[in-house]
Design a protein around this ligand. Sequence first.
Ligand code: ATP
Ligand code: MG
Length: 399
Amino acid sequence: MMKMKQIIMIKYGELTTKKENIQYFIRTLNQNIKEKLKDFSVTTHFDKGRLFIETTKKDHLLIIEKLKEVFGIHEIILGYKLETLEIEEIEKAIGELVAEETFTTFKIETKRSNKKIPLTSVEISKTIGAYLLKNLPNHKVDVHHPDLLIHVEMREQESYVYFKTIKGIGGYPVGTLGKGILMLSGGIDSPVAGYMTSKRGVKIECLYFESPPHTSLEAKNKVIQLATILSKYNGSIKLHVIHFTEIQEAIYKNIPHEYLITIMRRMMYRIAEKIAYQSKAKILINGESIGQVASQTLDSMKAINEVVKLPVIRPLACFDKLEIIDIAKKINTYETSILPYEDCCTIFVPKHPVIYPKINLCREYEACIPVDALIDQAIKNHEIIKINGQEKNDYEDLL
Ligand code: ATP
Ligand code: MG
């Protein structure tokens, strides 16, 4: 039997259009894959077309499941590596491999990145096809709907053969676009917003506002759990926890109640931006969706947004709640998000929140509380929890 080895191959897909940055994108993807697979013994190498992962056979399927959570992967292939560029040897190897497959019709598709090989891709496919037809008299070629599609790739010194490709989740490798601060509540929306920005290659740090004793430890645990799910896609995550109680109480005591939420959210945005500067993040991310609640009307967004300079990315701005729920279910955050624990916003909700807040009134009301001192204090006292995406997290020691 010809010497061949099973190997996992990654196709980058959309990345290949990013001409100038391609090396940086692939190197980051390689690092992210190694981080994701750190519990396995693997070696990786890459060129501009493919990334290769070699490991022991027993781990292949587990590793493929993990790779399905890595952004920047377009397709995952479990193929065979042949240490040869000789057509006769490749034919023989394919003859052995197809013996395990059930099919009547087939098609051969060849890619030849090594242009020194004298035959064209089409000629190679024809040659190998003729060999198979000779050895498998009951089989036929079908170029439109073959039972078995046999891929042959001939590279610098070796060839690869595979039959199936598995869809990856696409997007850009996390980190290639820099960092953002995700305002993560325990709700349905913000984890989905975090997932969507991760897909665009943004590394996230999460920021949660808690108001003990008005909010419970369960509510905080829920957010930790959500960040843990996000870390499957984003790698280890820093979760900043801001103690928001004093701020909320100051607002509650001193500001007309219809403006409670508007001012509270302006305070959240200001704190988020400060944390972003400290963490060298370039954007703020949240789960706001136009019109969903009073604080998400266009007037509210305008009044709240004006306190920060950094761009605020709202991946869900134009999504219906049902569309958001669909994604939450797909990424596995939904069941956690619907656990019934109090959020800091739900506790101080006024009966009639303003729908068309006025910026000059916001400023006037804010003059009644020591905005800067409250913010500085909250940031000084804030807690950081590291979520590493593994079974055991650092936070378990803290609780
Ligand atoms: P829901 O699914 O109930 O809408 P939500 O998290 O979207 O939950 P909203 O009141 O709509 O809640 O808040 C809008 C956005 O503001 C959230 O998506 C989140 O990004 C941010 N946010 C709200 N509350 C908090 C909080 N306690 N900590 C951090 N971010 C918050
Ligand atoms: Mg919401």
